[in-house]
Write a protein that binds this ligand. Structure first.
Ligand SMILES: *Cc1c(COP(=O)(O)O)cnc(C)c1O
Length: 462
C-alpha cells in the first residue's frame, strides 16, 4: 500500500473540465441592473475577453496552455495521499485519500487559478491586476502568479488583517506585490468611507469596491480585476485537482470514491476536486459529494437560493446562488476563507439538483479535528481545511458503525502555518460553539427581497 500516490509530470492533465457542458440544468446567467441577463461585453472593463469567454463557455474540455503548465510543474501534479495514520487512530474500515494542495508556493489551492488568470491577462495585453484580500491567502497567491508572469499586482487588504496579520502581507511583498490597507486614500470608494469612519477596520466589500474602481478607472486601459473564487472560470481552473486525483486513484486500481468532501467558502477548492466526479454521478455513479461549511456562515445549509450581488457594494451583477445577503456581516471565525456570504453559482446549481449534499460543522468540532489530524498525520492544516477533515472523520466513524469499507476522498486545501493564532485561541479555550442565530436569517430575507427570484430548476433524479 502506498501512502503517496504520485503522478508523473508527463501525465499532468492537459485540459480543464467544464461541468457546464454536462449539468442537466446549467446555472442561470447573471443579471444586470435592469434585471436582464448581462452580455459578455458588459464585463470587458473588469475582466479580459479571453477569461470572459471561459466564463460563459459550455465547451466540455478546454486546453491548458503549455506556458501555464510550465509554471504549475513547480508543485503539480500534487500528491494524492492516503491518511493511514488517521485510519488506524479511528480504527475505521474506510480508506481515506486526500489531495494535497498545501504544497503550492502560496500554501493553498489558490495558485491553480491565480497563474492562469495572470497568464490570460498578460496575453490580452494587460499590465496590472488589482484584487482584494481578507486574511491574505488570495492576495499572496496572485502576487506569486504576477511575479512569475510579469504583471504588476495591487492588493487591497482589509485594514484589520493588514494590521493584525503581517505575514501574508510580507509574502506579497517578497513576490513584489503592492499591498495597501483598505480603505485607502487611493480610490474614491476608500476616501468616502475614511471621511465617514476614519477608524474603520475595513471590510471585504469595501476592498472589492476599491480594487474594481482602480481597474476600471485606469486611463491607459491596461488594468483589470481578478477574483479568487465564485466565478465559473475559477471553478474551471481548479478542476486540475480532481482530474489528477482521478488519474491517481486509477493508477492504484481504485474505482470511484464513495464519498467526496471539500470545505466550501466561495466553492472553488471543493468544485476543483468534485466536478470531474460530479460528471460520473450525472452518468449514474453512486457518489456522495459533500461541501462543508461553518455553522457560523451556513450559506448552503440555511440560506435561500436567490439572486444577489457578489460584493457588499453591489458593483457586481446579480448571481443566482445560495446567499446570506451581500450585507451579511460574518462572525469573526478563524476560517477566514469560509466567511463569504454567497457560493459559486455552479456549486449552487449542483446543490439545487441534489448532486451535492452540503453539511455545516461547528468551529469547535473543526479545531478538534485539526488537532487529531496534527497528532496522527502530523501536518498542521488551515482552519478552512479543518472543516473537510471534520466531515471526513464523521464519515469514517459512520463507516465503522456500518461495518462498510468505503473509500473517502477529500481536498486538503491548505496548510495552517500562517494561521496559528486560531489554534492558539482554540487551545487556550477562547473559542465557543457558534451557530448563526435565526434573527440573522431574517436580515438575509430583508436584504434579498428587492431582487428577482431565480427559477429553481431540477430534474428530480438525485
Ligand atoms: C481561500 C481558501 C478556502 C476557501 O475558498 P474556496 O473558494 O471555497 O476554495 C479554503 N481553504 C483554503 C486553505 C483557502 O485558502
Amino acid at each position: 500500500m502506498n501512502r503517496k500516490i504520485l503522478l508523473d509530470e508527463k501525465d499532468i492533465p492537459r485540459q480543464w473540465y467544464n461541468l457546464n457542458a454536462d449539468l442537466p440544468n446549467p446555472p442561470l446567467p447573471p443579471l444586470g441592473p435592469d434585471g436582464n441577463p448581462i452580455r459578455p461585453e458588459m464585463l470587458a472593463p473588469v475582466f479580459p475577453m479571453n477569461l470572459i469567454e471561459q466564463e460563459v463557455s459550455t465547451q466540455r474540455w478546454i486546453d491548458i496552455p503549455e506556458e501555464i503548465l510550465d509554471i504549475l510543474y513547480r508543485w503539480r501534479p500534487a500528491p494524492l495521499r492516503r491518511a493511514v495514520y488517521l485510519e488506524r487512530f479511528l480504527d475505521t474500515p474506510a480508506k481515506i485519500y486526500y489531495k494535497d494542495e498545501s504544497i503550492s508556493p502560496a500554501g493553498s489551492h489558490k495558485p491553480n487559478t491565480a497563474v492562469p488568470q495572470a497568464w490570460y491577462n498578460k496575453q490580452f495585453g494587460i499590465e496590472r491586476l488589482t484584487t482584494e484580500t481578507g486574511a491574505g491567502q488570495w492576495g499572496s497567491a496572485l502576487a506569486f502568479a504576477c511575479r512569475l508572469i510579469g504583471l504588476e499586482c495591487k492588493v487591497f487588504m482589509v485594514r484589520i488583517s493588514f494590521d493584525q496579520k503581517p505575514f501574508r502581507k510580507l509574502m506579497m511583498q517578497v513576490w513584489g506585490g503592492n499591498c495597501v490597507a483598505s480603505p485607502s486614500t487611493e480610490t474614491k470608494a476608500g476616501r468616502d468611507i475614511l471621511e465617514k469612519y476614519p477608524d474603520t477596520a475595513g471590510s471585504l466589500g469595501v476592498a472589492i469596491s476599491e480594487a474594481i474602481e482602480q481597474a476600471v478607472t485606469d486611463p491607459t486601459g491596461k488594468t483589470r480585476y481578478s477574483l479568487g473564487s465564485v466565478l465559473n472560470h475559477v471553478m474551471l481552473h481548479q478542476t486540475i485537482i480532481g482530474l489528477e486525483a482521478k488519474a491517481q486513484l486509477k493508477s492504484i486500481g481504485e474505482g470511484l470514491p464513495d464519498i467526496i468532501i471539500g470545505c466550501a467558502g466561495g466553492g472553488s477548492n471543493f468544485a476543483g476536486l468534485s466536478f470531474p466526479f460530479t460528471a460520473d454521478k450525472i452518468n449514474g455513479a453512486n457518489i456522495e459529494i459533500i461541501p462543508v461549511e461553518p455553522t457560523a456562515c451556513p450559506t448552503l445549509t440555511r440560506a435561500p437560493y436567490a439572486y444577489d450581488h457578489g460584493d457588499t457594494a453591489c458593483m457586481t451583477p446579480l448571481l443566482a446562488m445560495y446567499s446570506l445577503g451581500h450585507d451579511f456581516m460574518p462572525p469573526p471565525i478563524h476560517a477566514g476563507g469560509l466567511r463569504y456570504h454567497g457560493i459559486a453559482p455552479m456549486v449552487s446549481q449542483c446543490v439545487v439538483e441534489g448532486l451535492h449534499t452540503p453539511r455545516a460543522i461547528d468551529q469547535i468540532e473543526c479545531y478538534e479535528a485539526a488537532l487529531t489530524w496534527a497528532k496522527t498525520e502530523g501536518f498542521i492544516c488551515a482552519p478552512e481545511t479543518s472543516h473537510a477533515i471534520a466531515a471526513t472523520i464523521q464519515e469514517a466513524k459512520k463507516a465503522k458503525e456500518e461495518g462498510k469499507e468505503k473509500t473517502i476522498l477529500f481536498n486538503y486545501s491548505g496548510h495552517g502555518l500562517m494561521d496559528l493564532s486560531g489554534y492558539d485561541a482554540f487551545m487556550s479555550g477562547k473559542l465557543t460553539p457558534y451557530s448563526l442565530p435565526d434573527e440573522m436569517l431574517e436580515k438575509t430575507e430583508a436584504c434579498l427581497k428587492a431582487y428577482p427570484q431565480p427559477q429553481v430548476r431540477k430534474t428530480g433524479k438525485w
